[in-house]
Design a protein around this ligand. Structure first.
Ligand SMILES: Nc1ncnc2c1ncn2[C@@H]1O[C@H](COP(=O)(O)OP(=O)(O)OP(=O)(O)O)[C@@H](O)[C@H]1O
Ligand SMILES: [Mg+2]
Length: 324
């Protein structure tokens, strides 16, 4: 599914001994056809990201800035990283993948230097998407961060604002499982002022995901609809795990009896019955957030999602959250 891409790390980064601070990928082969479902999100990304980055003149003509920030959030394994890469592939932007752990350096001043290098490289490779995973680790509410981190945060924010440099054509996508932990300063206009909720795959998307994941292996007539029905509230990563385990078991069997055979629906159902969804805990947490921290309507998308998944919600009230 995720196809190999040319990975480049510039000489300058190597020279500065900052080789690990971010991964730079160009000509990503991944695109929206590799992403199962998430149709609403694809539409939003098209309007907010792909069109501005691919038709900058049109946007400039109508006085619209091309760039800024998007905060993607949702339960783990639901495709935030995967989707961000697919966006970069769709708009042929260079992709800078940053993990906060890699940017933050134990040596004083190095984290700030890493951030400056990152933005400098992005400016030299426009259009560019800077993808920052686990952004909550950097932008945790200030009361809980030390003075060292706040200097790093300030460097990040001033690079993001790009007062003295040209950030047009650079889009910063942050990803987090805990958007409520992200400092308000990050969410101000011009920064991460747009939020994208990445929901778990719905039933048709789960069917499509099984189909995509089994496309390259010998398989019989698979009942994708049944598999989708049996995996409600499974994340994309959960489904990938199910397929991996089923393939492993089939391979073990082949090695044991020496006879090759196709993967069948029952192989997958067998694994599904002993697998739990990994996103229920996240929704349990989010429920508190909706009760106490959604006055501004920041998480309305999640509320709407939960209202469309009513049967689960009802069960939760009677038997514990989203309990099966
Ligand atoms: N909608 C989807 N279509 C295709 N594959 C998907 C989808 N969602 C998830 N996957 C698969 O699940 C894997 C895990 O997804 P990903 O790492 O993007 O999740 P994440 O939301 O970034 O998780 P985390 O919060 O743990 O970082 C992906 O590599 C991909 O193979
Ligand atoms: Mg991720």
């Amino acid at each position: 599914m995720e196809k190999p891409s040319d990975i480049q790390v510039s000489d300058e980064v190597i020279a500065d001994n900052e080789i690990k601070s971010f991964l730079f990928e160009k000509d990503l082969k991944l695109n929206f056809s590799d992403v199962a479902g998430l149709e609403e999100l694809k539409k939003k990304a098209n309007m907010k990201i792909i069109m501005p980055l691919t038709k900058p003149e049109l946007f400039k003509k109508y006085n619209k800035k091309v760039g800024g920030g998007i905060l993607m959030y949702g339960a783990p394994g639901c495709g935030k990283t995967f989707f961000a890469k697919a966006i970069a592939g769709e708009c042929k932007a260079s992709f800078f993948h940053v993990c906060i752990d890699e940017i933050l350096d134990m040596w004083l001043g190095n984290s700030e230097k890493n951030i400056a290098t990152l933005f400098k490289q992005a400016r030299e490779n426009k259009p560019a998407i800077i993808f920052i995973d686990e952004i909550d680790a950097l932008g945790r509410k200030r009361e809980s961060s030390s003075s060292t981190t706040s200097s790093v945060v300030n460097t990040f924010l001033s690079q993001f604002d790009g007062f003295d440099s040209d950030n047009d054509g650079i889009l910063v996508i942050g990803a987090t499982n805990a958007p409520w932990e992200v400092d308000g300063a990050f969410k101000r206009t011009g920064r991460f002022d747009t939020m994208f909720f990445v929901p778990p795959p719905d039933e048709p998307s789960r069917a499509k995901l099984f189909e995509l994941l089994l496309a390259d292996v010998p398989h019989g007539d698979i009942d994708y609809e049944r598999l989708a029905k049996e995996t409600s509230f499974f994340s994309g990563a959960d489904i990938k795990g199910v397929v991996d385990k089923a393939l492993e078991a089939v391979l073990d069997e082949i090695l044991e009896c020496g006879e090759e055979r196709d993967v069948i629906t029952e192989d997958l159902l067998g694994v599904i019955t002993v697998t739990n969804s990994s996103v229920l805990g996240w929704f349990e947490n989010v429920e508190n957030v909706l009760d106490y921290a959604n006055d501004s309507g920041e998480y309305d998308e999640v509320e709407e999602y939960l209202s469309f998944n009513k049967p689960k919600k009802k069960k939760r009230k009677l038997m514990g959250f989203l309990g099966e």
